[in-house]
Design a protein around this ligand. Structure first.
Ligand SMILES: [Zn+2]
Length: 151
């Protein structure tokens, strides 16, 4: 059995199983492979490349999450100043931007594609969402996430 993602002339996407590649060609030739939505017989195999690429990105994002390393630093002679600068930077970004919570990816995409007025936002995104934003070429940046100061 072979599984095909199919697309009809009206861009409806559907999936179907065939005994083998020849069976698909043969049934298509006889006009019995029909779109379940519009009943068109003008169907063809959908291009799988974008889906595959997306899956690869998602897989990479998922495999990173369990054992992902984070970049850290200690012992720099100006540790305290740099830490303070990062804290001020974070403070500057968050005080001048709207907090959108877990809607960040959605809102960032709207801003990137100019669906809404550009404005500064900040919030949270899952690793999958971050991978999706990178894939779409959205120019965002991470906010420094500092542990609480131990006094
Ligand atoms: Zn159709």
């Amino acid at each position: 059995m072979i599984h095909y993602a199919l697309v009809c002339e009206n861009a409806h996407k559907f999936e179907a199983w065939f005994r083998n590649a020849e069976a698909f060609d043969e049934q298509k030739g006889r006009g019995i492979v029909t779109c379940p939505i519009c009943m068109s017989t003008a169907v063809d195999k959908a291009l799988m490349a974008p889906a595959v690429a997306r899956t690869a990105v998602d897989k990479a994002a998922v495999s990173r999450s369990a054992e992902e390393k984070v970049a850290l630093s200690i012992g720099h002679p100006q540790h305290a100043e740099i830490r303070e600068a990062l804290r001020a930077l974070r403070q500057k970004v968050t005080s001048e931007a709207d907090y959108v919570g877990d809607k960040f990816a959605e809102e960032a995409r709207k801003i990137h594609f100019k669906d809404i007025e550009p404005r500064g936002i900040y919030g949270e995104a899952t690793r999958d969402e971050v991978a999706g934003l990178i894939e779409d070429g959205v120019d965002f940046m991470p906010l420094p996430n500092l542990p609480e100061e131990h006094n």
